[in-house]
Write a protein that binds this ligand. Sequence first.
Ligand SMILES: *Cc1c(COP(=O)(O)O)cnc(C)c1O
Length: 396
Amino acid sequence: MDFAQTKSLFHLPEGVIYLDGNSLGPLPKAAAARVAQTVTEEWGEMLITGWNKAQWMAQPARLGDRIGRLIGAPEGTVVLGDTLSIKVYQALASALEMRPGRKVILSDSGNFPTDLYMAEELIRSLDKGHELRVVAPEDVAASITDEIAVTMLTEVDYRTGRLHDMAGLTSKVHAAGALALWDLAHSAGALPVDVTGAGADFAVGCTYKYLNSGPGGPAFIYVAPDHADVVRPALSGWLGHEAPFAFDLDYRPGRGIERMRVGTPPVLQMAALEAAMDVWDRADIREVRARSIELTELFVALVEESCPELVLASPRDPARRGSQITFRHPEGYAVMQALIARGVIGDFRAPDNMRFGFTPLYIDEDDVRDGVRILADVMQNQLWDRPDYRTRARVT
Ligand SMILES: *Cc1c(COP(=O)(O)O)cnc(C)c1O
């Protein structure tokens, strides 16, 4: 793969080293024109006929197939729509219904809170005595018992980048008679994923992180082919109906993965995702992963050499982490603000984690070296020690 070429396909503001593509991917240059075209030529000229003429209605499945290639999902098993929180809820509700005799959802304390919140509220509304059991990430394997209905795990920890063994845990889950729901928010586009090989029952993820669909881009959901025609979708919206335009008064789930659709898809946002997937279609995710490991290894080595007061929070073994590196510092928030003020953009996650995402499609070795030089200057000269850098913004 020619990474200099892929880098030229993204808009990166002058003077910025962008190490936050794990949180919000940058703008693929072609996305601006693609969205403008959808607005003026499709919405503007076609008006409502765009649903057929521009095939807006087929986009969630078409884009799902293109994402499927990155996560090892066969055609017709992935669909786009809604936000990740919603897709977690749907998958979890379907899984619980498939294991009516079991009452425990197993998750871990490294999961992103929204996944846990959605589970808590689902349990409350079902009112059937379910329990959300949250254990430490390293205790997940030992906690898979025959009480568990479904495991709800995020493969890559959003704080530290720690990677769960998806295939190993899934086979343990199945041996216990349970189902496995995987959240791929920090995996899709970060490393090779094989939902088929691992035997995942459900998988969900977002497109605005490593996949670069832009703020608010839709989420995706995968349902294993064996389950797709069996599961009852929670959130039974009209576009998941077998015949939405029959306008029947009763709900009948659509065929396969289509039943996981809820309502009207975000057409403008999907246009941006289309342009982002044009870049991904040329990428070999294994090469992206190999390059990501080179970049993160270089970053860790340079930071440990020049900033001894920063503590590595990510696994040291690159095979055991995703595509981000986290360092801890008690003044991590202020340090990150000082970095951002100098054009090095990462982010901060409470209580003391500074996160840096490495995204080989548009980040290279020079970016890593320049970023660490600026970080070393901030640390060695205590440039972070200013009251304005300590004032927390609404989004960190
Ligand atoms: C980013 C992320 C989310 C975000 O959910 P939205 O509904 O898209 O805001 C959810 N879960 C995980 C694990 C995430 O990393």
